[in-house]
Design a protein around this ligand. Sequence first.
Ligand SMILES: C[S@@+](CC[C@H](N)C(=O)[O-])C[C@H]1O[C@@H](n2cnc3c(N)ncnc32)[C@H](O)[C@@H]1O
Length: 854
Amino acid sequence: MAPKAKIAKACKAMKNLGYSEKTVRPVVKELLELYENNWMLIEEDNYRVLAEAILDREEQKARSNELEHLNAWSEDEAEENEPPLKRSKLSSQKNQSSPSLHAFKPNSSNELENQPSDEQKKDGSTYEKHQDKDVELKAPYMSNYCHGKGKTSRSPSLVVEEPAKEIKLISDRGTDESNSLMPLGYLGNSGDESGSCCDFSEKRMITYERENYTVFGKEKGNLHDDDLAFEENVFDKHRCEASAESEPLSYDLPGLEGPLAVVPPDPPRLLLEGCSHENYSSAKANCSIFPEVIDLDAEVLSPCLLQKDACAGEKSSDLEGNHSESMNYTQSEAQEYGNVTRDSLKLDVASSSGGEVKISLMVKSALGSDFHVPSLESVLKQVEEQCLKSYMIPQTGFSMLRLMKEVCECFLAAGTTSTYTEDVNPANLVSSLGISDSEAGPAKGIDHQLSVCSKSATINMNDTVRIQNLFEVSPQIPRFFGSVHLDLSRCRISLTMAVNVSSEKERSIMKLNSCTPSSSRMMIVQKQHCYHYIADITKGQEANEISLINEINQDRCPTFNYISENVTYQNADVRFFLGSIPDENCCPNCFGDCLSFEIPCNCAGKTGGEFAYTSGGLVKEKFLDNFISMNLKHAAQRHNLFYCQDCPLERSNGKNLSGKCNGHIVRNFIKECWYKCGCSMKCSNRVVQQGIKAKLQVFMTPEPKGWGLRTLEDLPKGAFICEYVGEVVTNRELFERNMQSTVYRHVFPVLLDAGWSSGGVLADEQALCLDAAVYGNVARFINHRCFDANLVQIPVEIETPDHHYYHLAFFTTRKVNAMEELTWDYGIDFSDHQPAKAFECYCASKFCRDSKSI
Ligand SMILES: C[S@@+](CC[C@H](N)C(=O)[O-])C[C@H]1O[C@@H](n2cnc3c(N)ncnc32)[C@H](O)[C@@H]1O
């Protein structure tokens, strides 16, 4: 491919992620230089490297803007406000490109920062080179320690108050869950050297922290790359020790400068941190820079609260004096938010090459001596109350767990949307998942699980224990891209609480209760999962696409030919002679909109002189209920049946070859003159003729029912879903087919039996059935449910009032929620008398008629 075409393709791919060509081109150019025109490296993994490079660049841009702003502040204001010692330091920093970058350097040299860590050296990724170009904008320290408006969030004096033993407690090591509970940059990939830009940053940070660790005389060997929390705290502690113990160190550690006195007591702190790992998606460092983070904050904790809190009480403890926002908030403002004063929020998003994605939210707190471990429920309740109070959220349906679930699902939706489609709106997706409607709980039919588990970890005297609250959003998520694919299919949020305990007494209590929080994290874990997906099984034959997905097992779409209208097989006689249609069944003279006539025309004769549909195309309740109760009666009491002498269905099944059959339902019909008939004896059921309008999806059911059909949107009662379409065959033909077939036919044949009641017993050549086994439409996937199915089958006249042949249409019996499986009652009695071979019923209805089924 010509380079131009390649560039155009890359731009197109990035457009899908929301990047304009203007943004993409220079990055492509840069990468081409870097890779010496090796396109393969750029194109790999669907332009992953390019996407990351763009993100990286955007981050840099945002950061430099931020830094400019901060520098301006530090020049204009900081000096005036700072004590002489600090002022002189700030003056000396003026020429540095980014004060915040140096905030955590162990000494004033740039050496460490500019030198890649061992990991980076091995890494060899684009980003190593890429970052080296703009090293001052890449420093991870900001992302980890400077929050809100670039604020350095850790006040040394704050940490000084923490006893050393607390610091150790934050280590995640020693528990089973260490990997899953790790902040995101640490997805158990310490041995993985193929990290990307953010990985790189993270490791730089770790390297740096190790340096600090060494500087302060601790054993490096005790630290692992994946022990961020531990290291951070160790680092904090030593920073603060340095600050507290040795004033001159503040020269070397400018970030540690700041008066010790103006620190609120025991403030729990939130750290906003962006870090990431390979396949990184949206790790962001600074909430003021990155809108995604702000958005998420807005959802979870409210940006204003975060930002204010992030700065609260730090006016004089500001480390660099270069974070202007922080100075806008006073202690009293901070107190406005109650006794929870936050320094920063830590939010990680990362994914591994194995397909795991984690988002973690960490809250740190220094605990008072009267602290007791609350139950997770009580915490959630309190947060809910707080949120309701603070943000005027309407009470209905609001819960923290729901909110977390929504974060989780939006994460999936946004990821799916941005990666694979241009036009799928996450909001739609979310709504199709049934979580954005007004109902309090998850929509019915969505397989959300909520499990709360308490993990009692082994407790060392210095360790933490976690209470973990998990829920999983199961993979009932419609897919928008095709074929067999690897994609995110599970999403799990865990809220983990681990508490630092300062006293022996508390620790003993914790031990007894098997729990001790020191930080809270919320994690979303997505696992990749192989599934089978077809975007449109109709191959364009229906107005809407109907997708098929199997996230349960390895079964693939059954082989059949999709048809949207019945086809007639060999002997089936469904020829219509207009002349044979009696006049009284039609209105040969009416034209225009029959529904507007004061006196309904003959077309409404069959439905008691009233049209069966509302003007919105729904079957009117009274008709619907009539059909429903008739079907119920049939299934329950076997009333209203027609008992044929020579039952084609039983014969087709190879049994009961003579004698009276077990009975078939006598059907009522909908004959409708639906808008503008002008029929001259060809009244049509236009609602049905217009075809499938609902958004449907074929899916593999988790029960042993095989495939099923579900709706992807909420449906009102009386809505037309689809026709049962298949081959119109005579009973004899069906019988012969069944005889020849060696395999069990999964598709239940439908007997078009209504004519029998009026015209007497038809010969095998005349009685008709619908067989959708080989040729059929989506209705062939609709499973059976005893009695309380959400669909009812109604025979509708379309071409002819000859009940020998009619169309079988499905309508909803009630409001159906998005993602609910659609079912109809096959009318099977599950006893041995059943004409067709009955299956073991897994309908799960409490009215299930199958005594064999549990
Ligand atoms: C019209 S097909 C429905 C689609 C079918 N599940 C499939 O995988 O193709 C009817 C067949 O589905 C299965 N089925 C339908 N409803 C069922 C139920 N409630 N319990 C168990 N199996 C069911 C039976 O095998 C039945 O013969």
